[in-house]
Write a protein that binds this ligand. Structure first.
Ligand SMILES: *Cc1c(COP(=O)(O)O)cnc(C)c1O
Length: 257
């Protein structure tokens, strides 16, 4: 595992290890790091490998990873694609179906029987009809919440690719069209106690781990993954489609206590 949002590191690791497969997640969870898909694709292909992009947080509405040179794109359809927190599903897509690696995936799917149930498929069809609208609203809301948090005295740091001074913003602008997604993180001033108190005081945000649904969620990531270096003061938000003034007012009352 390496931070491939650092493109110099991505290039030297590819040259050094000649990987068969490079797997990136952009924007990443919970740091919201942006990895330049086109440059990593170039470095991967120069080393003879294939690039897989987990673009779950971006959704296919905001980032078309195959257009930037990815060989396979992955989405957890459990998240934004379904958007109603009532389906478990996933998507892999390629534009090179004759590739032997893709053939191996297709054969395994067929033989292992990893086929979605008809009810879940129907729920997804229903959901996808509103996907562009939901992503547009969630991204607008998330942008406004990120800006609100950035200007708040009780907040130490905000992680959101839509903020002009956030690392990776210029790359995100290039490979995300129409918004920067629903996911953001922020550190409250203080530590675990302060962060947990803010999470506990929020009324509109449900305390839950998923993301990309119509309802806003908050989680204390350190509690979920204590050994991965995530600060105790960090809260991750998944912003939904609610009235953004209600969301900011809820954060305001939770932060000023
Ligand atoms: C949730 C998630 C997954 C896993 O997807 P499931 O549908 O829960 O199996 C993979 N990647 C990212 C970025 C996710 O958010």
């Amino acid at each position: 595992e390496a931070d491939l949002s650092d493109i110099g590191q991505a290039q030297s690791l590819c040259a050094q290890h000649q990987p068969d497969l490079v797997f990136i997640e952009t924007p990443s969870n919970p740091w919201l790091r942006t990895t330049d898909i086109a440059l990593v694709a170039e470095a991967t292909h120069a080393a003879g490998g294939r690039l897989v992009v987990d673009a779950t947080a971006a959704t296919p509405i905001l980032t078309r990873a195959l257009d930037f040179g990815a060989d396979i794109v992955m989405h957890s359809a459990t998240k934004g694609i379904n958007g109603h927190s009532d389906v478990l599903a996933g998507v892999l897509a390629t534009n090179a179906p004759a590739d032997p690696h893709w053939q191996a995936i297709a054969i395994d799917r067929h033989d292992a029987g990893a086929v979605i149930g008809s009810f879940e498929a129907w729920l997804l069809i229903r959901s996808i009809r509103t996907l562009p609208l939901r992503v547009e609203r969630m991204s607008q809301n998330a942008q406004a919440v990120a800006e609100f948090l950035q200007s708040h005295d009780a907040v130490a740091q905000v992680f959101y690719p839509g903020l002009p001074d956030f690392e990776g913003h210029s790359v995100a602008k290039r490979q995300m069209a129409g918004g920067f997604g629903s996911l953001l993180s922020f550190c409250v001033k203080g530590g675990a106690v302060e962060a947990l108190r803010v999470a506990g005081r929020l009324n509109l945000f449900h305390r839950a781990t998923s993301l990309g649904g119509v309802e806003s969620l908050v989680e204390h990531r350190h509690t979920i993954e204590p050994h991965t270096g995530i600060p105790e003061s960090l809260l991750r938000l998944s912003i939904g489609i609610e009235d953004v003034q209600d969301l900011c007012a809820d954060l305001e009352q939770a932060l000023t206590c």
